[in-house]
Design a protein around this ligand. Structure first.
Ligand SMILES: *Cc1c(COP(=O)(O)O)cnc(C)c1O
Length: 355
């Protein structure tokens, strides 16, 4: 099976080897050492500011999103939520659920956020954004968003779940209070872990805020993290894979080299499909994903045929775009040779007059 979805994605053989055994017991100094290294490497790779911490929650990416909404924001915040697709809508929903006062900025599907859309929101106190809105494939203009937040003293929380390692990400440069990612996207290990890097400003807010939950408590995660542990049994095997993967990235030249590799895979795919009847959906594509609108066939049908007849998985869209948009991921253990197999299959669909 060739997996071009946006997560879980294909893992490298070295990663699969890590979990070829039962999960080890974790309340040990050995496991703590691994967690210390995970924290150190994650902070380094995100270029987190001095004094930042990083927590590893056993949850999918949404766990860290919810945890940040609960633990970093407070009842007094006025929160801007950028909503350009299903992940932006999720942030808005989380804010509503946790009774945050929100100002939703809606972006047309596939369209870039423009500075004018933020006008009048200067007195807000926090901004939540999915750096790469994975449902539409839009990589937001983070420099513009960061400048807006800096100019107005607004706390910036970045969901970089699908952008981490795929697109340029500099936590310090952005002045972000929190940057979130997850294990099953470009980290390309098994699902189960969501990660949040927290700046000193976020840490201070977490410390001050009243406890609102137990399982997703950042205060508890930070406290246990000081000894390389987690409050509850974590996804031990996934954390071991995270460690292996972070080490492999460092050995291969660091996050920049990984980003360039993913960018090359994306470019190779985009060039290969130029003559096919697909329109790009995103006016500002991330390296992680190419979102496409097939002009001659149903997106859902293309997904089904590739899966059933070619054993190739692309990523179907959901909801109102299920028939009109599909996405091809470039993250995970994908090579140009894999791209060729997908492109050849798509060309065959054209010959068969399916597309
Ligand atoms: C994948 C993803 C998430 C989290 O999804 P989970 O299914 O909870 O892991 C959140 N935001 C973005 C931008 C994503 O790509």
């Amino acid at each position: 099976m060739l997996n071009f979805t946006v997560g879980p994605v294909m893992s490298a053989p070295e990663i699969l080897e890590v979990t070829g055994c039962s999960a080890p017991y974790f309340r040990t100094p050995e496991f703590s050492e691994i967690m210390f290294e995970n924290e150190k490497l994650m902070l380094e790779m995100m270029n987190a500011p001095e004094g930042s911490r990083c927590v590893f929650l056993t949850a999918s990416g949404t766990g860290a999103m919810e945890s940040c909404v609960m633990n970093i924001l407070s009842d007094d915040d006025k929160v801007i939520v950028i909503n350009g697709g299903s992940f932006g809508a999720r942030f808005a929903e989380l804010c509503r659920l946790h009774k945050r006062e929100i100002f939703e900025v809606k972006c047309e599907f596939g369209k870039q956020l423009r500075r004018e859309q933020l006008q009048g929101l200067e007195d807000c106190t926090a901004l939540l954004i999915n750096m790469h809105e994975t449902s539409s494939g839009v990589l937001y203009d983070m420099k513009m968003v960061s400048d807006f937040c800096k100019e107005n003293g607004i706390l910036l929380i970045v969901d970089a779940i699908s952008a981490f390692l795929a697109d340029e990400l500099d936590m310090k440069g952005l002045g972000a209070a929190a940057v979130i990612t997850g294990s099953q996207k470009a980290l390309a290990v098994f699902p189960g872990i969501s990660i949040a890097a927290l700046s000193p400003e976020a840490l201070e807010r977490i410390e001050k805020n009243p406890e609102r939950c137990m399982y997703l408590s950042l205060k508890a995660a930070l406290l246990d993290g000081k000894r390389g542990q987690t409050p509850f049994t974590p996804a031990v095997s996934t954390l071991l894979q995270v460690n292996k993967r972070l080490r492999l990235i460092m050995e291969a030249g660091g996050p920049e080299a990984e980003r360039e590799r993913i960018a090359k895979v994306a470019k190779d795919f985009r060039e290969g499909i130029k003559d096919l009847p697909f329109e790009p959906v995103s006016e500002s594509p991330s390296n992680a994903v190419t979102s496409l609108h097939p002009t001659t066939a149903s997106a859902k049908e293309i997904f089904r045929i590739l899966k059933d007849e070619y054993d190739i998985w692309i990523c179907p869209n959901g909801g109102e775009y299920a028939e009109t948009v599909f996405r091809v991921g470039h993250i995970g253990n994908i090579t140009d040779a894999d791209n060729k197999k997908l492109i050849d299959a798509l060309k065959e669909l054209q010959k068969r007059e399916i597309i």
